[in-house]
Design a protein around this ligand. Structure first.
Ligand SMILES: C[S@@+](CC[C@H](N)C(=O)[O-])C[C@H]1O[C@@H](n2cnc3c(N)ncnc32)[C@H](O)[C@@H]1O
Length: 379
């Protein structure tokens, strides 16, 4: 991957590339990108663990939230479940397995998985076939394929937006600049400040009431904002459900966070230098949920709810489920308790991870996931 990136830099007119291009290549170069080559990536033997990999309860509860929405919508006979970036396929598997227990809902749904990585597609196919739910599923490599003809249903994603490339910017004494990557005399990747890309305005932060201290280096997630606009335009009726680590704009760009949120993940170790190990480590940035909401509104999406993952799962009854399972004779709930703790406790994923639902044509029905400690006002 390093050779590919070095060549790209050498071939560019200015002998440097914007960081967003570096990140895009490091993660998604068709031959050498982190997500595009065969590799473990997810789970204990990989680089990071996601919520669906921790326990099937995560997907089961999400399925219940989708069924509730379907009922609010009058139980339509055709209802799409579209997952963006399904990874191992575990979340789709748990949702479909749960949905199977609700005859009318299962009859109505069709599932479409949007996955850029062929390596992941193969794993998803294997898992879903094993679970006997594969006949409900088809695959697309980008969102346009899935949304053809408009969507009535749910578009959902867990840890998808954080995996999209971001613009890295720096507040300099002369205004906002874009961070670029060039090679030093020894051929190492180093950063430099370039003029802003055309799609970012110099007043991006000031027009949002944000003041960055000089020297602050942070991210702007244009691809994520463009994605939600597209999803919103193509959603006819239903919701977009997003789960990811992230913040409100105020918290994201708070003065304490002068180094932004960009980080690498390699074998469960956080790597601060985003230029290290290209193609070999995951690279992610937290999600600015206020920006996602603003972009979604441009596509006529309405906010249905925003809260932390902990409150969302508790609203859907995760603790009650644990209690019921504890009463089943012979069940060792120790590992499940550990997984639930990690999902809902602030020191685990409970607080850093947020859940946002945006919708169209839903009215003001209260979704159970947002019945406790709903936090829209913070956005
Ligand atoms: C961090 S992983 C999350 C996997 C899974 N959702 C989970 O929670 O375990 C990001 C996923 O998004 C996929 N992905 C990234 N960019 C994509 C794109 N533009 N279109 C479709 N999938 C994409 C990756 O291949 C991977 O499956």
């Amino acid at each position: 991957m390093k050779t590919v990136l070095k060549q790209l830099i050498k071939d560019s007119d200015s002998s440097s590339i914007p960081f967003i291009k570096f990140m895009e290549e490091a993660l998604y170069n068709p031959h050498k990108g982190y997500y595009m080559t065969a590799g473990k990536r997810l789970g204990p033997g990989g680089d990071f663990v996601t919520a669906p990999e921790l326990t099937s309860l995560f997907g089961e509860l999400l399925a219940l939230q989708m069924i509730e929405l379907w009922q609010f919508m009058g139980s339509p006979t055709k209802f799409k479940l579209i997952e963006m970036g399904p990874g191992s396929g575990r979340l789709a598997y748990d949702i479909l397995r749960t949905a199977k227990q609700f005859k009318n809902f299962y009859a109505a749904i069709s599932c479409e998985l949007v996955e850029i990585s062929q390596d992941f597609v193969q794993r998803q196919k294997k898992l879903l076939k094993k679970g006997g739910v594969h006949k409900k599923v088809c695959w697309h490599s980008d969102i346009d394929g899935a949304l053809d003809g408009g969507v009535i249903g749910v578009i959902f994603a867990n840890e998808f937006l954080d995996a999209l490339p971001v613009h890295l910017v720096e507040q300099t004494a002369n205004g906002l600049g874009e961070v670029g990557v060039k090679l030093d005399a020894d051929g190492n990747f180093v950063t430099e400040i370039l003029p802003l890309s055309k799609n970012i305005h110099g007043d991006y932060f000031s027009s949002r009431g944000i003041t960055l201290a000089t020297g602050t280096r942070t991210e702007i997630a244009m691809p994520a904002q463009n994605w939600i606009k597209k999803a919103g335009e193509l959603l006819q009726e239903g919701m977009v459900l997003l789960i990811d680590y992230g913040h409100t704009q105020k918290d994201y760009y708070a003065p304490v966070r002068t180094n932004g949120t960009l980080a690498g993940h390699l074998q469960h170790v956080r790597i601060d230098d985003p230029l290290a190990n290209p193609g070999e480590m995951d690279l992610t940035a937290h999600v600015d949920f206020s920006a996602i909401l603003a972009a979604g509104r441009e596509a006529d999406l309405e906010l249905l709810g925003y809260t932390t993952q902990g409150w969302f799962l508790m609203g859907l009854g995760i603790l009650e489920r644990l209690e019921i399972l504890s009463k089943v004779a012979g069940t060792d709930t120790g590992p499940l308790k550990e997984a639930i703790k990690r999902l809902i406790m602030p020191e685990g994923m409970g607080e850093t991870f947020k859940v946002m639902a945006l919708g169209k044509g839903i009215g003001n029905q209260q979704l159970s996931g947002f019945r406790l400690n709903e936090q829209s006002k913070r956005l």
